[in-house]
Design a protein around this ligand. Structure first.
Ligand code: CP
Length: 300
C-alpha cells in the first residue's frame, strides 16, 4: 500500500489486514503505555484545509506514540492564503523529506491530486463529499469488536447521506465485508442512484432502524448546503432523529454510532448520544489505533 486514498481502492483482505494491525496497536501501544518506536526517524505531516478535532488530533497522537516526527499545517497558517497551489505545497513538503502526508480538503479528489506531486505516501483524511477512509476503518473496527463478523450485519445509516464522505466510505467497505446496508434520509439529502451501490434506500426512519445491529447517525452538514434542504431542524429531528423510541426498534444489543461532531437534538437525542448503546467514545479511541496501523503499514 503506497497511499490510502479511499476505501473504494481496498479489498476486503486489505481492510481486515488494517483492522488486525489496529487491534495489535490497541493492545500493545494504547493500552500498554503508549510507546513504540516503529516510526522512529519517519516524518508525518498533517495538512488540514478544513477544521477537525478527532482526525487531526488522532493522526498527531498516533505519529507521536509510534516515535515519528509530526508537524501540522492548516490552510489559514500556510502560504495557500498567498496563492500557493496544492501542487506546489506538495512539492515543498516533499523537499523537506516527509514520509507521509495526511490531507483533509474541501475538494473531492485533492488527496489523489497531491499524490502526483509528492514521493511521500498520501492519506486521505476526508476530501469533500467523496471519502473519509480512516473514519470508515475505525467504524469497522468498532463494529468488529462488538459483533465479531460483518456477514449479514444489518447497518442502518441515517442522516445527511448526500453530503457525507463518511457514508460513502462506509458503504464501499461494508458491502465488500458482507454487511446489509440501509440508508435513510429526506429526498433532498439522498444522492441520486445510491441504490446502485447495493444499499436499501428508505425515507422512513422507523423502518430503517427496525431490527438493525448498527444505527449509524450522520451529521447534518450545514456548511456543505447551499440552500435549505429541509424545512426546520425541529421537523428534521422529529422525522429522522434517532431517539430512544427508535433505538428500541433495533435489536436489543444494537449499537449507536456517530462520526462526530455530534449535533445533540438534531441527528440524535442527547440521551441516545450519551446512553448505554452509544459507542461514540469507543469510536474516537479506535481512531487512534486505526491511524497508528495505517501509518505503520504505509511506512514499512
Ligand atoms: N469524524 C471526523 O472526521 O471528525 P473531525 O471533523 O473532528 O476530524
Amino acid at each position: 500500500m503506497k497511499h490510502l486514498l479511499g476505501i473504494k481502492q481496498l479489498s476486503a483482505e486489505d481492510i481486515f489486514a488494517i483492522l488486525d494491525r489496529a487491534e495489535v496497536m490497541k493492545k500493545e501501544v494504547l493500552q500498554a503505555g503508549k510507546k513504540d518506536s516503529c516510526l522512529s526517524g519517519k516524518c508525518i505531516i498533517t495538512l488540514f484545509y478544513e477544521n477537525s478535532t478527532r482526525t487531526r488530533l488522532s493522526f498527531e497522537l498516533a505519529s507521536k506514540y509510534l516515535g515519528a516526527t509530526a508537524a501540522n499545517i492548516t490552510a489559514s497558517g500556510s502560504s495557500v492564503v498567498k496563492g500557493e497551489t496544492l501542487a506546489d505545497t506538495g512539492k515543498t513538503i516533499d523537499e523537506m523529506g516527509a514520509d507521509v502526508v495526511v490531507i483533509r480538503h474541501s475538494a473531492s479528489g485533492a488527496p489523489h491530486m497531491l499524490s502526483n506531486y509528492t514521493r511521500a505516501s498520501v492519506v486521505n483524511a476526508g476530501d469533500g463529499m467523496n471519502e473519509h477512509p480512516t473514519q470508515a476503518l475505525l467504524d469497522f473496527m468498532t463494529m468488529r469488536e462488538k459483533f465479531g463478523s460483518f456477514d449479514g450485519l444489518k447497518v442502518s445509516i441515517v442522516g445527511d447521506v448526500k453530503h457525507s464522505r463518511v457514508a460513502r466510505s462506509n458503504i464501499y467497505g461494508l458491502k465488500k465485508l458482507g454487511a446489509d446496508v440501509t440508508v435513510c434520509a429526506p429526498h433532498t439529502l439522498m444522492p441520486a442512484e445510491i441504490e446502485r451501490l447495493g444499499v436499501t434506500v428508505t425515507q422512513d426512519a422507523d423502518s430503517a432502524v427496525n431490527n438493525a445491529d448498527v444505527i449509524m447517525c450522520l451529521r447534518i452538514q450545514l456548511e456543505r448546503q447551499k440552500s435549505g434542504l429541509f424545512p426546520s431542524v425541529r421537523e428534521y429531528h422529529k422525522l429522522f432523529g434517532i431517539n430512544n423510541r427508535r433505538v428500541a426498534l433495533a435489536k436489543p444489543n444494537a449499537i449507536v454510532m456517530h462520526p462526530g461532531p455530534v449535533n445533540r437534538g438534531v441527528e440524535l437525542s442527547a440521551d441516545v448520544a450519551d446512553g448505554p448503546q452509544s459507542v461514540i467514545g469507543g469510536q474516537v479511541t479506535n481512531g487512534v489505533c486505526v491511524r497508528m496501523a495505517v501509518l505503520d503499514m504505509l511506512t514499512h
